[in-house]
Design a binder for this molecule. Structure first.
Ligand code: SF4
Ligand code: ZN
Length: 344
């Protein structure tokens, strides 16, 4: 006996929703998935009519489903958004070059303008060259810091009002867990926010998938036959995040609501009055927001260019003092041309 859809009570159910456990047919799943994201967008006040929104597009499942869903919802509910795709080319042969081909096909399919910015153009280094220099141990630190800044720079170039990223509920729960384990209060406070970087000088980043399970994104992409790139980066994922992910999966197997429970717990945590949080300064070299005189990207670049690639790994404040900024640098960096934001 086929199982009948829990919602329409008519069609044959094709999947059991990871989020609710309900058996649904394809159409009812699409509707539930899209409606929940619409609800997140509306209740979180993520967009305003007329805004230009850059979707951070990597060609992976999250950003592909994000581009597809935002296009559908923008038309269905008349958000009045001008959507663009913004891709960052880290310079990873055999990985990013292939995934960018997927983004280009999606650009045609969704008819959205695409801009690609490369690390090579922005920093003079590809990730291939960085890994040659530093090996595979801290490569994700370089890549993550450079990507955040690159997205901001691209967004400024395009003159957009918001950047939408495909961070899903699983990513956010992992990050909450990692920040708790590291005791990083400033990031813990920031990583649960659905909008970050909304200070006067910045371009806000929004996460429409904050409450969307990774498993549902995969199911949606699969049933809709979306074109996405699923190969892992050849420089392997961050080992610490990998452990946090495995731990969460274990918890989820015995308690399916673990992901949402952790996000809700993260949202409920508040920082006691009197606890000192890092102040937000501007990098004296490039103008990006930083909690030290020099931002992390500038320190990492300095290390690479001076043949001391380990320079930026570890405490930024100590390195800033070691670097003893020259007077000319301080004088030439009065403007806030750019900013960096550690949103996760
Ligand atoms: Fe960059 Fe690391 Fe992600 Fe590869 S796994 S794209 S090196 S952050
Ligand atoms: Zn800087």
């Amino acid at each position: 006996m086929p199982i009948i859809c829990h919602v329409c009570n008519d069609k044959k159910a094709l999947l059991k929703r990871p989020k609710t456990g309900h058996a649904l047919c394809k159409e009812c799943f699409y509707w539930a998935f899209e409606s929940e994201i619409h609800h997140t967008i509306v209740t979180g006040k993520l967009f305003k009519e007329g805004e230009i929104v850059a979707i951070g597009a990597s060609g992976g499942k999250d950003s592909t489903v994000l581009a597809h869903t935002l296009k559908v919802l923008n038309e269905r509910y008349n958000y009045g958004l001008d959507l663009r795709l913004l891709s960052i080319d880290e310079g990873i042969t055999g990985y990013r070059d292939d995934s960018l081909e997927t983004v280009k096909r999606n650009q045609q399919e969704y008819d959205l303008p695409l801009t690609v910015l490369s690390y090579e153009t922005l920093y003079g280094w590809t990730m291939d060259a960085i890994v040659k220099k530093i090996g595979k141990k801290n490569n994700c630190t370089f890549c993550g810091v450079f990507r955040r800044q690159a997205l901001d720079r691209g967004a400024m170039m395009l003159g957009v009002n918001k950047i939408a990223t495909g961070h899903n509920a699983d990513d956010i729960a992992e990050t909450i867990l990692m920040n708790i384990l590291r005791g990083d209060i400033a990031r813990l406070k920031r990583c649960t926010a659905i909008i970050t970087g909304d200070d006067p000088s910045g371009i806000p980043r929004v996460k429409p998938f904050k409450y969307t399970y990774e498993k549902e994104i995969v199911a949606y992409a699969y049933f809709k036959k979306l074109d996405y790139f699923s190969t892992e980066c050849i420089y392997s994922p961050d080992a610490y995040r990998g452990h946090a992910r495995a731990y969460l999966k274990d918890l989820e197997s015995i308690r399916p609501s673990t992901i949402i429970d952790i996000i809700h717990s993260g949202e409920m945590l508040s920082v006691c009055q009197g606890v000192k949080l890092p102040s937000q300064l501007k990098c004296v070299r490039c103008g990006y927001i930083s909690s030290n005189e020099l931002c992390k990207a500038c320190i990492l670049l300095e290390g690479l260019n001076k043949g001391k690639p380990k320079l930026g790994i570890g405490k930024t404040s100590k390195v800033t003092q070691q670097l003893k900024l020259s007077k000319s640098e301080e004088a030439s960096c009065s403007g806030g041309c750019n900013k960096i934001k550690n949103d996760l």
